[in-house]
Design a protein around this ligand. Structure first.
Ligand SMILES: Cc1ncc(COP(=O)(O)O)c(C=O)c1O
Ligand SMILES: N[C@@H](CCOP(=O)(O)O)C(=O)O
Length: 471
């Protein structure tokens, strides 16, 4: 198994190199050169198996033998065990109505779906760096949830320093404090004066500066890192199998920002899971819904919403889908991405759009509809859902689907991460679980910085122990 860049110019790499590389050297994203197959018998054999066994069956083929199977299984048992995830099923399904299930992805330490992949990534980093005798510097961008999950996964790890950029004043207070109250010496938080897209752009620019990247041995925790996607494929397989795959197709409704989560569902389908439809839910930042309606990707100014983790205009992982829509023509993808960067827009052909629409459909859910959906779910089923989850549920409801197909709507965050929005919608203020009960009494450490690449690079350089080691 090798990984190739969506822009066709970077060298193909094996799994462990891709894990540490993050972004490809030509600015593209790594994808497997071929999809491993999960055939009907393999899927049937996963029915009723514990999560870590499903994870091994899904992920081992992606490793291409670069991590010993016994070591990997040990990492999986540790990651998906009871000391990390509060639910034995890790990503349990809860039935909402006759044909709709919620997949609860928030039972990890930081209460969002990011933990499912990042808890594994932290352990993989440790394992691979120890084998190589190396250290690295992680830089990441967050609109609220990746940051805390990455910090939790990397805190106090001897071989890793982590710098996380979040948009100043644009996360919920719970999200911010989950990051800024971790005072471990290897953890550094930057509140950037800009949007999430500015944070993500700065991270990519650091990767595209070869001297900086190599000097600090940079790696990524965002879903630009293939290993994030790989680990997220697992819960789609687990849910599909639980609902009857391979003998019954299933649809997924995914609240979407950076397109990583829904791309993992696309990957599950590419491996053989019978996925009838992928329903992409957008908040008022509806660039993806507009794309699926028109074939044109066109940025607009970011609007702050009650689902702040999806306040994104540039969905990085869309490039991975585009690579397939363009028949894996890296040069064509590079041209479209250059155009997007230059003008804020690009378009696909009508044929490419038609291919995308065979699987995807996009729906926008504005602020009022998000609040109404939270209120309705609470009224009808007694469940509190967070505003991001509500965007997915609303999209599922609006989707054009065969009524016999079950729909799994992804519950991406715990409602207590967004207590103001949940209380406004339902009148109930959700409380944080015990391990976070004193979050608002904890001391914070954060540095506010302007959106200036040089300033940000100086900050990272000064905190990386890779530099200190090299000097
Ligand atoms: C709670 C929540 N829901 C949805 C999303 C969107 O997921 P993705 O960026 O993978 O599309 C995010 C951020 O990634 C999130 O934190
Ligand atoms: N919503 C995300 C944005 C970054 O997404 P990622 O999946 O690429 O890490 C967040 O919470 O930070």
């Amino acid at each position: 198994m090798k990984y190739i860049s969506t822009r066709g110019q970077a060298p193909a790499l094996p799994f462990d190199e891709v894990l540490l590389a993050g972004l490809a050297r030509d600015g593209g994203l790594y994808v497997p050169d071929a999809w491993p197959a999960l055939g009907p018998d393999a899927l049937r054999a996963l029915r009723g198996r514990p999560y870590d066994e499903v994870a091994a069956a899904v992920m081992l083929p992606f490793l291409g033998g670069r991590i010993a199977e016994a070591d990997f299984r040990r990492l999986l048992a540790d990651t998906y065990g009871p000391s990390v995830f509060a639910h034995r099923a890790v990503t349990p399904l809860v039935q909402l109505d006759q044909r709709t299930w919620l997949m609860e992805l928030f039972h990890g330490p930081t209460l969002a779906f990011k933990d499912v992949a990042l808890q594994l990534l932290g352990r993989l980093f440790d394992h691979v760096l120890a084998v190589r005798g190396e250290r690295m510097t992680v830089v990441g961008a967050t609109s609220g949830d990746t940051g805390s999950a990455a910090i939790e996964a990397c805190r106090d790890r001897e071989r890793v320093d982590i710098v996380i950029l979040h948009p100043h004043g644009r996360t919920s207070a719970v999200q911010r404090r989950q990051m800024t109250t971790v005072l471990s010496p290897n953890v550094h938080n930057v509140a950037l004066q800009g949007t999430f897209d500015d944070c993500q752009d700065a991270v990519k620019a650091m990767f595209n500066d070869a001297a900086f990247r190599d000097g600090l041995h940079l790696s990524a925790v965002n879903s630009i890192n293939w290993a994030r996607i790989m680990a997220q494929i697992v819960y789609y397989v687990a849910a599909a199998v639980a609902l009857g795959a391979p003998d019954r197709p299933v649809a997924f409704a995914v609240p979407t920002g950076n397109f990583g989560n829904v791309y993992a569902a696309y990957a599950a389908r590419a491996m053989g899971v019978p996925v009838a439809k992928l329903i992409v839910g957008s908040n008022a930042n509806d660039i993806l819904a507009r794309f699926f309606a028109s074939g044109r990707m066109e940025t607009r100014a970011v609007v702050p919403t009650i689902s702040p983790s999806m306040d994104i205009q540039i969905s990085s992982n869309f490039e991975r889908l585009l690579f397939d829509l363009m028949d894996r023509d890296g040069a064509a993808v590079a041209t479209s991405m250059a155009e997007f960067r230059r003008s804020g827009r690009f378009a696909v052909s009508q044929g490419q759009l038609a291919r995308a629409l065979e699987l995807f459909e996009g729906h926008r859910c504005g602020e009022e509809a998000t609040l109404e959906t939270m209120a309705r779910v609470h009224r009808d089923s007694g469940l509190l859902i967070d505003p991001h989850t509500a965007v997915g549920v609303a999209a599922a409801q609006a989707a054009d689907l065969d009524p016999s197909v079950p729909v799994v709507s992804l519950a991406c965050a715990h409602p207590a991460k967004f207590p103001d929005a949940v209380e406004k919608a339902t009148g109930v203020r959700p409380g944080l679980p015990r391990h976070l009960a004193d979050l608002f009494e904890r001391e914070e450490r954060v540095t506010v910085l302007p959106n200036d690449l040089g300033t940000l690079q100086d900050f990272v350089r000064a905190r990386s122990r890779v530099t200190a080691g090299a000097a």
